[in-house]
Ligand binder design. Sequence first.
Ligand code: ZN
Length: 601
Amino acid sequence: MALPDAAREVVETELRRLGACSPCVLRFLGTPAADAGAYRDACARDAAAASSSGDQATCPCCLGVLQFDPDPAKVDASDEDGQAPRVDVDGGGGGGGPPSGPSSAREDDDVPPRRSPRLASHYAAGMRSAGHEITAFALEVTLPPSIPMRQAAARALLVEALRGAAAQPEGVFRSPFLPATTELRDAFRATLIPALTSSAVVNAANVPKRPVQHDPDAPFKFALLFEHEQSLAEAGFATRTAEARSNRDPRNRKRRAPPIQLRLAALPDSPAATWQRVGEAYDISAKRAGDAFTTVASFEADEHASRAMAAVRGDDESSRGEKNKRDEKNKQTARATCRLVPWHSPCYLGGRYLKWKRGVPQSPWFADGGVVGEGSVQTSLSTFALAAFKSRGCRLNSAGREDMDVRMLGGGRPFILEVHDPRRPAAFADVAERRAMEAALANADDGAVTATNIHPVPREAYITMHEGSAEKRKTYSAVCWAGRALTEADVKALAARASGLTVQQKTPTRVLHRRTSATRPRMIHDAKASLVAGAPRFFLLELDTQAGTYIKEFVHGDFGRTSPSVGEILGCEADILQLDVTDIEMAFGGDEARTPGEEEQ
Ligand SMILES: [Zn+2]
């Protein structure tokens, strides 16, 4: 429903008096975000006025978010890389602290700096700043929780102004009706997205950039986090509620620290995950603002809300002396700052790896202040993958794992390498590149770790790998020792007894410190045994077993915790000297590296 002209005028006059920007006037008049042209023109008009007057006061309703020049062809000649000017964090223009809450005392490298974009090209440069090779992007916008409070305060003032005008004897309209306000996020997206997809985007040296599409489902995210210093003062309840909820959420507790002994590289979460709490605080604030703060009186009765109202109205409610008043004022009118994060969802590289050398752990392993083993499977595979994907981190998941002293032979073990924030997501799309990586692996580190059938896989491949690994069968080859000299008849009897045998395995003593104890039946499908010529206490054992069988324990019995065992069958001590995985029988790998009870040998 459109407002009568006289009412429009009242709304517009009141908003101008409050210092609102032109696009915010459109928002409060209910102009839909779909009318992107109107918003763009309003932004451009304000930007032109600001550049001719040399200064622009911050709009108290959008905190400056809509105060930028939408013309993608305008660049800062003074700014070499086309990035928005950085904000001096101590200079009073900053936001309410880095996004991650308690850990926010330090500004680490992973948190992008606060910026103050005033040109569409600042955003365009931010989107391309990490050098992602992309054709499409999804824009994600997170706004400070004070925005809904400001919006509700402005609405309350507008309703009051409309009432006042309607009460005038000469009033030409009767109802103080105010249309629904267009959300700031929607208006901002409607203005910025056309600028980012425009073919007029150029860099600081006026070189046109290849246009990109906007697609909400694109794996490449361009995430913007706006922050404002007054958010805690005006909507602290929302931030505190969001934090309390997030601390109670067991998923967040679990996600925090990887196991120390593995020291997985700290991989950056998606920006959305990092900022989730800010987004939740915004939603809480929006809900409360809509429910509880609809009149000027309701604002004045609440500590937080009264500050939002004072900021929109331009009051100086501080009574703590001139300097404090000035500081308070500066904070109220500061622009929101923006962190610009270009980020690509993980890519997945599947394949099968082989480990030809003993003494190589699956992932980098640190203990007692030193490195254990020589390199790792993950290190070998990731060296080439990170370079190809132009990524800084990845994680290896595989269908089970073998001990450091066990070789992985035959057809190899299925794996999926999860590559984080790839700048070159199309890596390995080409078969020649995949074969080149396999060849490079074979030539590196004496070929200790090689891979076959490397290919990009979708995320769903995890499911296939997991399901496959529950069904899988594995074959092993072991060199064993017996406590007495064995005869041909002994090994024949052993093979016959062990084939088709179900053994009961209690959780091995060597893994008890990290697994709860349980007894599991495991199937030995087939066994072959043969004597070593000239060494009657040594024999070779070839086994075909169900997934999850602990082979070492099956041979020596683990103090009776695995029964029957090879030692029990032979009626003497038995031990295992060397073990190789000779095959893993499954269509494609499973991810059960972290599944309890699935660690073999
Ligand atoms: Zn505004």
